[in-house]
Ligand binder design. Structure first.
Ligand code: CO
Length: 136
């Protein structure tokens, strides 16, 4: 597959608000967007470092996958997201190579991106997201 850069790192946190003093006050990054992704039951906050983003993920419900992640592993890096020109092609490529897919087709994610996840059982234990910007 043709990956162009790390689109973002997803970091699971209990509270976005509690993390703003670190990301903004210490690292000097600017939170430029906070949005809720209803179907994933998370609130997300975005910061940019060059062309890569940091995406903080705060669960909005107990049964959110992020809530379960924090309960099992604690707060911390949750996934890595790569940018690609075509999530559809990247998924087909991964499937052909025997990779277990969480999403068999692209779906809408935060920031208007088309996204899909590869299963950590097939990706050396790192939940991996593929992102395509349809406005590019
Ligand atoms: Co993500």
């Amino acid at each position: 597959m043709n990956l162009t850069h790390i689109e973002h790192l997803g970091i699971a946190v209990k509270s976005i608000e509690a993390c703003l003093p670190y990301y903004e006050g210490v690292l000097g990054l600017k939170c430029y967007n906070i949005e809720e992704v209803a179907d994933q039951k998370v609130k997300t906050a975005f910061f940019k470092v060059g062309q890569t983003k940091i995406e903080l993920l705060e669960p909005t419900s107990e049964d959110s996958t992020i809530a379960k992640f924090i309960a099992n592993k604690g707060e911390g890096i949750h996934h890595i997201a790569f940018a690609t020109d075509s999530v559809t092609e990247a998924l087909a490529d991964a499937a052909e190579k025997g990779i277990r897919l969480i999403d068999t087709a692209p779906r809408g994610g935060a920031e208007g991106l088309q996204i899909a996840f590869l299963h950590p059982k097939s990706t050396c234990s790192v939940l991996t997201e593929l992102c395509e910007d349809p406005n590019k």
